[in-house]
Design a protein around this ligand. Structure first.
Ligand code: MN
Length: 329
């Protein structure tokens, strides 16, 4: 990471920091952290996103951390020559809208699916994007304040499921660094009692139709529900002792939204979902957590065998993936 290059690049430009659509705590914390970092180095920026900020914890973050983050609808004057830094997301992915500005830089912790020619790219596979942003402060000697540290630590915690998922040495190091500055009261305010009554309906529905084949757990949420909630239900299903690979999908008006989790090192769920949804939708992500989408027109083709077809596709994709990795060894 050469932070000076990022500063040089952005100097003198109108800068937007764009998270993925429907930003989660890690994306929002990373956006805030980067904004504070840039500000210290003389660059003003505006945080923006597409979609909605829909969950209780992300809504709370805005208040508790006093964040200014704008929906693209509220930025009608963004120009083609304005600079965009994407955080926790990469251009051309399904989860990020292509805004009018120029995506000159990217800071992300997800594997690259579609290559993009950024002028500055910092993609490192660690537990959270907040980890990378914290690293910018530490390496550059930029002063860390407690508000930013608390937001980043919260993002790190959520994305790594409390340091239990996809954690690297840098995550641990940054956790220690941030912890030093944390405002415990603010952290409790965003982190406690984040479950909403409507969440229980999603959990309830998933529990009522869960199916388990060997180590794989499948569940469907038969109504529209936010991305973050599908992910939470997927984590929940993975918590079952007999499940080591969880597939949860929600029936939305525009199609099926997937969240997949893997506890097995031998099963890379980013690659598996990409294979499982090939030809009907798209998917990708980390080895231990991934997401995907099947648009409505393709869901209709699956007809009443939808659930069966989906299960079958994932089971086959897992088997094929296992076979391909064995072949190479
Ligand atoms: Mn993230």
């Amino acid at each position: 990471m050469e932070w000076q290059k990022l500063i040089e690049l952005l100097k003198g430009h109108t800068v937007y920091i764009q998270t993925h659509n429907f930003p989660d705590p890690d994306a929002m914390a990373s956006g805030l952290g980067l904004k504070v970092f840039l500000q210290y180095h003389g660059i003003e920026s505006t945080m923006c996103y597409d979609g909605t900020i829909e969950k209780l914890n992300t809504k709370r973050m805005i208040d508790v951390f006093d964040m200014k983050i704008y929906n693209i609808k509220d930025i009608p004057d963004m120009k083609a020559e304005d600079y965009i830094v994407t955080v926790d997301a990469q251009k051309f992915n399904a989860n990020i809208t292509d805004f009018p500005g120029d995506e000159v830089a990217c800071i992300d912790h997800h594997p690259t699916v579609y290559a993009c020619d950024y002028k500055y790219k910092d993609v490192r596979i660690v537990g959270s994007c907040a980890t990378l942003i914290a690293d910018y402060f530490k390496v550059s000697g930029t002063p860390m304040d407690s508000n930013t540290a608390t937001a980043l630590l919260y993002g790190l915690r959520v994305d790594t499921n409390n340091l239990s998922r996809g954690v690297t040495e840098l995550d641990i190091e940054m956790y220690g660094y941030l912890y030093h500055y944390v405002d415990q009261k603010k952290l409790d305010e965003v982190a406690s009692s984040t479950m909403e009554l409507e969440d229980l309906q999603a959990y309830g529905a998933a529990i009522s139709n869960i199916k388990i084949y060997n180590y794989m757990g499948f569940a469907e949420i038969p109504f529209d529900c936010p991305d973050a909630l599908v992910a939470m239900v997927s984590d929940f299903i993975l918590d079952l002792n007999v499940v080591e690979f969880a597939v949860v999908f929600a029936d939305r008006e525009d199609g099926l939204k997937f969240s997949v989790r893997s506890e097995l090192e031998s099963l890379d769920c980013g690659k598996i979902i990409s294979k499982a949804l090939e030809g009907i939708g798209n998917g990708g992500g980390h080895a231990s957590m991934a997401g995907g989408f099947v648009p409505k027109e393709n869901v209709e083709q699956l007809g009443h065998l939808k659930r069966h077809t989906i299960e079958d596709r994932f089971i086959r994709a897992c088997a094929e993936y296992l076979k391909s990795t064995l072949d190479y060894e």
